[in-house]
Design a protein around this ligand. Structure first.
Ligand code: ADP
Ligand code: MG
Length: 485
């Protein structure tokens, strides 16, 4: 049944994601300590982050601006007044005994994000809320022989927790939503998006219900999924686990589970009975956060062109297909690269899109490089495309030039000149080579004239070989047809 799992006619998954977006501020949310990743343990935690008595948190304005920027980008309500609350629990990497978060009055409420599904249709996913909070430290279980190490460098790092409505209906939709959010926060430059370093991580809430049933089923929460692949696999596993239980007459236990990528399964972490009572209450050390219109408008003025708007513009301004536009706007850097290359190519738009999406992204992918690290700059690639467009080189020779540019041998024009790769368009010269080829292969000429038309390709190949691929292919065809006709 067209790739559907056998349960899909009877059961409908319901998924809501909570995504922790680490905000790209230089200092922490309530202290002046640095947020840079990778420093030696406990060198970037100050008295506030360590939870020492007698110190007070001071809110970082940059984190507030980033939260507001996000809220505006997803068309949410920006709370004119929001409250920081203490979420109380004990854990070794949380020396204060509480995490400062927002609970009843978050800074952002009621937004939307449009995702594109595999069949090309779009779907709007509701964003319930996004609230500011501080991250905890990290427990290190390796290298300490039966003990645990505590690194508090991450304590106090600003997070924006983005909570979606339970609007997602498959693992694939969940991944599409997560990718879209990932693209958006990078466009907004509020998060570096580095998932290996934990700058963008996801908890997935999953339940299933019988098709046609209105009420949601009991959900489980899958914690700390830090790659798109794991999100998809963990959700898929969890959906089938719950269906198996329900079809066997059992009931799903509301609990927190962990995904184990090695075994590709989820395992219980804690159940509802063991769940913490966080005893939230407003943090007495922090005033309510009150935002004035002028502040919100000053943030609005910093909004860049958003991914959806850019994608639409790429379709109507450049005449690209929706698919090409989607690929080329996947990141702001890639979109900027395309636009710069297109300009350098002197409006060889389609050809530029083709080269960026094909040879360039392929080479970057193979080398494990980001677009910003490309050894071939946008103006270099545009320069190459321009020479294909104006007939200086053929598409085939262009591949050779691209490789030379990648190796650092200079720009396209220089490589074309020094290697003598300029396309031969002098018809007298091509005609001379054609004559030589035909004279050297009298037998094939005879067979061709007797009706073996397949041999045409052979003659083209011989001419190309004799000219090291430099003869203009259209002219070669034309001259060969005339001579053989
Ligand atoms: P909590 O505060 O306990 O984490 P929330 O009500 O804030 O609970 O919901 C957290 C996430 O769980 C949200 O993303 C929401 O969409 C999702 N969610 C709520 N109920 C369900 C359900 N029955 N099935 C799947 N996801 C759900
Ligand atoms: Mg939650």
């Amino acid at each position: 049944m067209n790739g559907m799992a056998d349960w899909e006619t009877d059961w409908e998954p319901v998924i809501g994601l909570e995504i922790h977006v680490q905000l790209a501020t230089r200092s922490k949310i309530f202290s002046g300590a640095a947020t840079a990743y990778g420093a030696a343990p406990n060198t970037q935690a100050c008295a506030v982050d360590l939870g020492l008595p007698g110190v007070l948190p001071v809110l970082n304005e940059a984190a507030v601006r980033m939260a507001v920027k996000f809220g505006l980008a997803v068309e949410a309500r920006i709370a004119r007044r929001s409250i920081f609350a203490r979420k109380n629990y004990f854990y070794p990497d949380l020396p204060k005994g509480y995490q400062i978060s927002q609970y009843e009055l978050p800074i952002v409420e009621g937004g939307r994000l449009e995702i594109r599904l595999e069949d090309g249709t779009t779907k709007v996913v509701g964003i319930t809320r996004a609230h500011l909070e501080e991250d905890a430290g990290k427990s290190l279980h390796e290298d300490f022989h039966g003990l645990s190490g505590i690194d508090l460098n991450r304590a106090g790092t600003p997070l924006l927790e983005v909570v979606s409505e339970p609007d997602l209906r498959s693992a694939k939709e969940a991944v599409a939503y997560m990718k879209k959010l990932h693209t958006l926060v990078r466009y907004l430059e509020i998060c570096d998006g580095n998932m290996q370093e934990g700058s963008f991580r996801c908890d997935a809430n999953v339940s299933v219900r019988r098709r046609g049933q209105h009420e949601f089923g009991t959900r489980t929460e899958l914690k700390n999924l830090n790659s798109f692949r794991f999100v998809e696999r963990a959700i898929r596993y969890e959906i089938e686990r719950q269906i198996d239980i329900l079809e066997g007459g059992g009931s799903v236990v509301q609990e927190t589970r962990l995904y184990d990528p090695e075994r590709d399964e989820t395992r219980p972490m804690r159940s509802k009975e063991e769940a913490f009572d966080y005893r939230y209450f407003p943090d007495p050390d922090l005033l309510p956060l009150v935002l004035e219109e002028g502040f919100i408008e000053s943030v609005r003025a910093t909004l860049p062109e958003l991914p959806d708007a850019k994608r639409e513009r790429f379709v109507y301004e450049y005449g690209l297909s929706p698919y090409e536009a989607e690929v080329l706007t996947a990141s702001r850097e890639l979109a900027d690269y395309f636009e710069a290359a297109e300009q350098a190519s002197e409006s060889e738009t389609k050809l530029t899109a083709h080269w960026v999406m094909g040879d360039l992204l392929g080479a970057l992918n193979k080398a494990g490089l980001e677009i910003t690290q490309s050894p071939v700059t946008a103006s270099m690639l545009g320069g190459l495309v321009r020479r294909i467009g104006d007939g200086t080189i053929s598409g085939k020779i262009a591949k050779q030039v691209f490789e030379a540019m990648w190796r650092g041998e200079g720009d396209a024009d220089r490589i074309i000149e020094t290697k003598g790769l300029r396309q031969v368009t002098d018809s007298a010269a091509i005609e001379k080579v054609v004559d030589e080829v035909l004279a050297a292969h009298p037998q094939q000429v005879e067979q061709y004239r007797a009706g073996k038309e397949k041999l045409f390709g052979f003659f083209v190949g011989q001419v190309m070989k004799a000219t090291q691929g430099k003869a203009n292919p259209a002219q070669v065809n034309e001259i060969l047809r005339r001579k053989l006709g």
